[in-house]
Design a protein around this ligand. Structure first.
Ligand code: G3P
Length: 220
């Protein structure tokens, strides 16, 4: 499973990219709003992210009709070679996904909450499909089990083009564990949860004892 960072914050991206294990970035309008960014700076911000990351960067359309999504999608795709167009799951989104696929543009279909939606997205040419784990949990459903179902269902078919499942709305290291066990191709993880994935109390304890013992060697 590959790791994407789920953020539009440049310093978070720069830091995690420096760890050497980052394969991409996903953004959405809420994540961009969180940076305090202005509308006129949106595209240059995405370009900067594309420069910081050696891998796909998802930028989301905000138009609500298919023609608007297609136009915005083409504009976003033209910003950088590693730009992926994120489109929300809905009838207009599916139609836009198909049109962009026909133009050779990679689409990440977002806000996916069911097997039916995921299969439709794959048939519409989505290169990436993003089931939301945490938000499904939020409504007292089981986001992890839905992710397992989507991975299993899509694995039954060859859609004639590459399809990768991005486990999204990941909130914890445990969600990351479950995404890996489910066989998701990618987990897109916010900065805080990404840091938690690195940490373990036994790692800290082990490091402390190595350090203490090395002091003994130095003083022997
Ligand atoms: O990848 C989708 C993500 O940004 C949504 O996360 O925590 O707002 O549900 P969350």
């Amino acid at each position: 499973m590959k790791f994407f960072l789920d953020t539009a914050d440049l310093s978070e991206i720069e830091e995690v990219a420096s760890w050497g294990a980052l394969a991409g970035v996903t953004t959405n309008p809420s994540l961009y709003a969180r940076t305090g960014g202005k509308l006129e700076d949106f595209e240059s911000h995405l370009v900067r992210i594309c420069e910081l990351v050696d891998g796909p960067v998802s930028g989301e359309v905000t138009a609500e009709d298919r023609d608007g999504m297609i136009e915005q999608g083409k504009q976003l795709a033209a910003l950088a070679d590693n730009m992926v167009v994120k489109i929300p799951m809905c009838v207009e989104g599916l139609a836009a996904c198909r049109a962009l696929y026909d133009e050779g543009i990679d689409v990440n279909m977002t806000l996916v909450f069911s097997v039916a939606q995921a299969v439709l997205a794959a048939n519409a040419g989505a290169r990436y499909i993003s089931p939301f784990v945490g938000r499904f949990d939020d409504i007292c459903e089981d986001g992890v089990s839905q992710l397992y179902d989507i991975v299993n269902a899509l694995g039954n078919y060859d859609f004639g083009h590459p399809v990768e499942i991005i486990a999204a709305s990941i909130r914890s290291a445990n969600h990351v564990r479950e995404a890996a066990l489910a066989g998701a191709d990618i987990a897109t993880v916010p900065y805080g949860a990404m840091k938690k994935c690195v940490e373990h109390p036994l790692t800290d304890r082990g490091l402390a004892s190595f350090k203490a013992d090395w002091e003994k060697v130095k003083n022997a």
